[in-house]
Design a protein around this ligand. Structure first.
Ligand code: NAD
Ligand code: MG
Length: 395
């Protein structure tokens, strides 16, 4: 048996901070056992002061040493651990019942899998782990006897619109993921090649980490979400559609055989899906503003243009190909987005790099974690070579 304590993987990020805000909104209800981050010792120290967890983990050793010194000086009850392995250690502690998986990117895979294997309730924000290794993660949840509750606003909305959360897709015709279209929905196509990282990260409705903000601008985020939805709700990619909805009020929809469409609406605020997942099956306060539909109206819906958003098409193709192609898509995208954020790659080259890496590596059935990690590394190598070539051509 395990307790009901909470671990937040990626506590210092946008989802991590929103999770702590919901925890603070419900005093005494969600005991925080451990908070983790990569290197931001300053923010993690402030969080330790407020939430007094038993453990704090920083992956970077020097940052962990700085945090340990400050924690000792402040007389906090928190034990500071360093290194990647400690992420897995804390999710396996007996007092832990639920784990918020909110690390960004492939780095979230191992601790998320460990939480699933240990039978914890996994609140899943880290969509990349499902995209890379959906088969393995779903199997780990089943074998561990825990459950997966989606945090991504679209998937959380669908979870709420299905009769039994993720286990009740009977009579469902299709899932409709809504997408804001990001900051470049109306930008002239010929300008896209020269947009800057700051422009790409200026999302009209959501404030998020930089990687997912760029993914929203390319709509790779929606592509990853198609794959995420297929795993979470056991749906083939042909039955997961995408619709542009610039106001981000309808967070997604389920269309049933009888013509009914159920949608979940709310202000665009991640505290709502986080509170839904933390409280589920009960409802708890989130601190998010109430939805004012009159002020939000009119609500618009339109088709997503794959010429403007080629990443959406690439993700769809990877979803259809299945096997290791989604892992390749994800790895190539992480490398390309990293290079774009560093100023080493143009915005429209992100899709170019991802497309070429997918063309160069075959889709194989997923058989093991080692295989997925090997494929991830190979795709990153290939992407880096292509990025260096494109950069040379630009210079
Ligand atoms: P962020 O960049 O704001 O935060 C990332 C967190 O992960 C930080 O705490 C950071 O320290 C930690 N981290 C980064 N690299 C790490 C590594 N190598 N090892 C260990 N920890 C590491 O990101 P975010 O916007 O909070 O997004 C987190 C995840 O949630 C992503 O998978 C994203 O797709 C998903 N998500 C985010 C939002 C949102 O509104 N921000 C919405 C839906 C889904
Ligand atoms: Mg989303």
């Amino acid at each position: 048996m395990h307790g009901d304590g909470l671990v937040i993987l990626g506590a210092t990020g946008s989802i991590g901070e929103n999770t702590l805000a919901v925890v603070a909104e419900n005093p005494g209800r969600f005991p925080v056992v451990a908070l983790t981050a990569r290197s931001d010792d300053e923010r993690l120290f402030a969080q330790c002061m407020e939430h007094r967890p038993a453990f704090a983990v920083l992956v970077e050793e020097e940052a962990a040493a700085r945090l340990a010194a400050r924690v000792a000086q402040a007389g906090l009850p928190t034990r500071v651990l360093a290194g990647e392995a400690a992420l897995t250690e804390v999710v396996e502690l007996p007092e832990v019942g639920r784990v918020m998986a909110a690390i960004v990117g492939a780095a979230g895979l191992l601790p998320t899998l460990a939480a699933a294997r240990a039978g914890r309730q996994v609140l899943l924000a880290n969509k990349e782990s499902l995209v890379m290794a959906g088969h393995l993660l779903i199997e780990a949840v089943r074998e561990g006897g825990g459950e997966l509750v989606p945090i991504d606003s679209e998937h959380n909305a669908i979870f709420q619109c299905l009769p039994n959360g993720n286990g009740g897709a009977q009579g469902v015709r299709r899932l409709i993921l809504t997408a804001s279209g990001g900051p470049f929905l109306e930008t002239p196509l010929e300008r896209l090649a020269t947009v800057t990282p700051d422009e790409a990260c200026a999302h009209p409705n959501w404030r998020m980490g930089r990687k997912i903000s760029v993914d929203s601008a390319t709509m790779m985020n929606k592509g990853l979400e198609i794959i995420e939805a297929c795993w979470l709700f056991d749906m083939p990619p042909e039955r997961v559609d995408v619709m542009i909805h610039p106001q981000s009020i309808v967070h997604s929809m389920v269309e049933y055989e009888d013509g009914s469409v159920l949608a979940e609406l709310g202000a665009p605020d991640m505290r709502t899906p986080i509170a839904h997942a933390l409280g589920w099956p009960e409802r708890i306060r989130s601190g998010a503003p109430w939805l004012d539909l009159v002020a939000a109206a009119p609500l618009d819906f339109r088709v997503a243009d794959e010429r403007r958003f080629p990443c959406l098409r690439l993700a769809r193709e990877a979803a259809r190909a299945g096997g290791t192609h989604p892992a390749i898509l994800n790895a190539a995208n992480e490398e390309a987005v990293g290079a774009f954020l560093d100023g080493a790659l143009g915005f429209t080259d992100i899709a170019r790099v991802v497309g070429r890496v997918l063309d160069s590596l075959p889709a194989e059935p997923v058989i093991s974690l080692e295989q997925v990690c090997g494929v991830d590394a190979a795709a990153r190598d290939e992407a880096r070579t292509l990025i260096a070539g494109l950069e040379g051509a630009r210079a």
